[in-house]
Design a protein around this ligand. Sequence first.
Ligand code: ZN
Length: 142
Amino acid sequence: MLRECLVKGIAYQGSLRTGEDLLRGLTHVIEENNIVCGRITGIGAVTQARVAYFDHEHKRYEELLIKEGMEILSLTGNISKKDGELFPHVHVVLSGRDFRAFGGHLLHDTLVYAFEYEIIPFDGKPLIRQFDKDTGLFLWKE
Ligand code: ZN
């Protein structure tokens, strides 16, 4: 699928508080501002992270919880709707003390040390995620 999106004339820039759940914090921002579609980016640091990797063969997520301070080298995501709710789909690239990068699909229980974000809303109707049996993922449907 492909569609054109107009960028609204407004962008949001903000930060989350130390100790806040990163994904809940971003979800709160998009709900509070009724941002139904758009793009999320951010950088910062976390005190722990929970990320997932989607196993294509078994069509299920494997989770990893790491309880140590890490840098968020890059966070990127998009906003659409799933099950009638606003849904930020977010991936992160993290690094630890060894400076090696890793990452995955962002899950709850990732706790902010410091985090700065930009959210760029698009005009138009939200894209809707629906279960796709071929991939086992909730993908955008028209
Ligand atoms: Zn993902």
